[in-house]
Design a protein around this ligand. Structure first.
Ligand code: HEC
Length: 142
């Protein structure tokens, strides 16, 4: 026989789980943005400015101006170019031109090479940092 009460219970549990899942995802994203914000002020603000608008202390020493990073989405038909940004930050993938003044963060963030007792080296750490930075940039789009 069809038991409404039990079905309701199942549905309520399902909703609760989904809501909890969103909550977790939300706080993970917030944490990523915090980490990204910290990394940004440590490694990027000197050139791109504390607000990312391309007005850092070193900006007037650069021959190529440091771009305003809050306009990445609006310069790309309103869509944040996540993959391009990841490649730009990493810098090892050949997307950047020669003589690009930006440090190669994919290498700079690497603290150890893979070895017998550490099969991934710092690969995951590097990716985490690059992704956190990219997500932070996504969060400051105008
Ligand atoms: C030494 C100065 C300098 C530092 C430090 C620096 N950048 Fe840059 N960045 C530049 C310059 C100059 C360009 C423009 C040159 C180019 O596009 O090749 C640029 C371009 C970019 C772009 C591409 C923008 C576009 O419009 O395509 C992104 C994204 C970016 N930087 C992110 C970062 C992040 C994130 C950091 C810190 C992890 C960082 N940069 C650190 C100087 C710097």
């Amino acid at each position: 026989m069809f038991r409404v009460e039990e079905n309701m219970k199942a549905i309520t549990t399902l909703f609760a789980c989904t809501a909890f899942g969103f909550l977790l995802a939300g706080s993970a994203i917030a944490q990523d943005a915090d980490i990204g914000a910290q990394l940004f002020s440590d490694y990027c603000a000197a050139c791109h400015g504390t607000t990312g608008k391309g007005d850092g202390d070193m900006a007037n020493l650069l021959t190529i101006p440091a771009p305003n990073l809050t306009l990445l989405a609006s310069n790309n038909d309103g869509e944040f170019p996540m993959l391009k940004v990841i490649h730009m930050i990493d810098g090892r993938t050949g997307l950047r031109g020669h003589g690009d003044p930006m440090p190669v963060f994919g290498r700079a963030f690497a603290s150890s090479e893979p070895g017998a007792d550490n099969p991934y080296g710092s690969v995951l750490e590097v990716r985490g940092r690059v992704l956190s930075l990219a997500m932070y940039l996504e969060s400051i789009q105008q």
